[in-house]
Design a binder for this molecule. Structure first.
Ligand code: SAM
Length: 244
């Protein structure tokens, strides 16, 4: 991977650095700072995944982190045969392996790679999920992600991706933005002595907007797509299928 271009917060090497430094405290921070909403949204992401026959199904978890979505996935679809999880961060990878050792019943293989550069085989997945892995991509990277989703799904295969979003138009939006951009950096400074990495997550989230742009890109790739808002648009998701 090349050195990050100065100031480019979407450079994969820069993003990898942010998550490598966050990885030790990511699970606790994500739960407490979202007041449990991230767990609820991971569960909802799995609920909207159109997977009619999960027995023997194989698929991908992109931007998998430490495997936060796996408990939801295997609880709802115990018949899943295999998940290939992809994440760029070595720190997240290390902690994902700890999770795998703790739960020997998870059928997961972990690949440490830039998902957009990875050579996942075409028409190889019955399903694809991704939770909170969209915000660190810019629109050009979202277009590449849409192509990747369309390419790796088998005909009839389902996908669901969810991300924290900017709840435009919601009357409590100013409070939400204050939480993201005011309270979270303050918590990080006070308790985590971090390099403002969790604060970057707030910046990525507000830059991201919502998943409606990605929905259009996925449609342009020939996929059937449903766009949803979760909790007044504080998260948005895209789900659907590759037509059979
Ligand atoms: C906010 S975390 C989400 C982790 C997990 N899916 C969850 O539900 O909490 C975003 C993850 O995306 C990963 N990531 C960012 N850019 C990536 C890329 N280009 N390829 C693979 N993983 C990437 C980061 O390393 C990080 O682990």
């Amino acid at each position: 991977m090349s050195a990050p271009a100065p100031g480019d917060i979407y450079d994969p090497a820069f993003v990898k650095g942010v998550f490598d430094r966050c990885s030790g405290k990511y699970i606790a921070f994500s739960w407490w700072c979202s007041m449990g909403f991230t767990e609820r949204w991971r569960r909802q992401c799995v609920e909207i995944l159109p997977l009619t026959r999960s027995e023997g199904a194989v698929g991908y978890d992109l931007m998998a982190g430490t495997g936060e979505v796996w408990p939801h996935l295997f609880r709802r679809h115990p018949g899943i045969a295999h998940v290939t999880a992809v994440d760029i961060s070595s720190g997240m990878h290390r902690r994902a392996l700890e999770r795998l050792h703790a739960h020997r019943d998870y059928h997961v293989e972990f690949i440490e790679d830039d998902a957009l550069e990875s050579r996942l085989p075409g028409a190889s997945a019955d399903f694809l999920v991704s939770t909170f892995g969209l915000k660190t991509f810019n629109p050009e990277q979202h277009a590449r992600l849409a192509k990747l989703v369309a390419r790796v799904l088998k005909p009839g295969g389902g996908f669901a991706l969810i991300e924290a979003s900017d709840p435009k138009g919601w009357f409590l939006r100013p409070l939400y933005l204050f939480h993201l951009k005011g309270v979270l950096p303050w918590i990080e400074r006070l308790f985590l002595q971090g390099a403002q990495d969790f604060s970057m997550i707030g910046t990525y989230s507000t830059n991201f907007g919502d998943a409606s742009g990605l929905a259009e890109m996925l449609r342009a790739e020939g996929l059937e797509v449903t766009f949803r808002k979760h909790f007044f648009g504080c998260a948005t998701s895209v789900s659907g299928r590759r037509p059979s």
